[in-house]
Design a protein around this ligand. Sequence first.
Ligand code: ASP
Ligand code: MG
Length: 406
Amino acid sequence: MERIVQKYGGTSVGTVERIRKVAQRIKSTYEEDNEVVVVVSARSGVTNDLIARAKSLNPEPVEREMDMLLAVGEQETIALMAMALHALGVPAESRTGAQAGVITDRAHTKARIKRIEGGDIPQLLENGKVVIVAGFQGVNLDGQISTLGRGGSDLSAVALAAGLKADRCQIFTDVEGVFTADPRIVVDAVKLEEISYDEMLELASMGSKVMQARAVEFAKKFGVMFEVRSSFNQKPGTIVKEGVASMEDVLVRGVALDKSQTLLVVSDLPDEPGTAATLFSALAKANILVDMIVQNIGREGKANMTFTIPKDDTRKAEGVVNRVFRDIGGRLTRSTDIAKLSVVGIGMRSHSGVAATLFTTLAAAGVNIQLVSTSEIKISVAIDSDKADLSAQVAHKAFGLETLGP
Ligand code: ASP
Ligand code: MG
């Protein structure tokens, strides 16, 4: 007998028909003599609808009331799921986040989990019940309903798996697992059998959004191994776990594209201490997330600075830098959409040559590299948006990622 935490996302429980299908799946896991705790999201679209309704009444709703409202979405699905299981003859009971003892801090709409008390879940399991827990919600130290940030049901599942000392944690979703690249762009992309937490986090931050990043961070911190798999078929998914030595034989495990960035080139800045501080403090104050930064060697007392920001903030950023110029001088010489291509792999920690291979490959494909940034397990380059897909395809091939499948 194993204790298994299964999480089903919004698409997987999007209609009554799908809820019925998921209930059948839960039933088979239960009948294989397992203890089963199920975490569910709101039906897909429900949370967005609730937010839209709130904002139509008040553009800046109080966060406490937002949590009160948004918790409704998950509460609907736990009850429906329990009913669907009853109809199949499976004893099941639903629990809200508060009843499951998901204790959070006081930060409404993005609360952090303090601890998992579990409520009466262990007794329910002991009595042969399947327990259905509302994802995304908890209760804070003042007894108020809190929510864990968008996509927070993933975090609920991982945290409950840790708190209940589950043997297995399975995240059922609408994709079959984690792929070496976006299969819509790279036709040779394959599903990975396993990936490390760190690689998964880098890929997630690059827009390959399979799971909430906070959930992966939590899993890493508490050593919760989990599997991401499809709720629509029986195929095994991708195991996400701590990186082990054998995983380092693979230099690059994935290629990701981020097409939502703009590159700004600022020139004629005073080449003196404090310039970068002034410019980037102003951008930070405006809540603009700067990603890659390059400062050129100064000449004749002037310096140039090139950096990337989210495309949606372009107008705002242009306004900010123009205001900074009034104080210290300088001018904005270019502002263009770019794409960021990243190759990710924990094998890079102990091997060299990844950057050289990437640069050579892109050069052969006629792709000009505008900026480079690196971390221990990632190399990112800023390139022309219209070369983005081609770049992902040639990089995927160059690192032989099509061979990483099962
Ligand atoms: N229902 C919440 C959301 O849409 C939580 C989740 O789906 O994980 O963000
Ligand atoms: Mg989700």
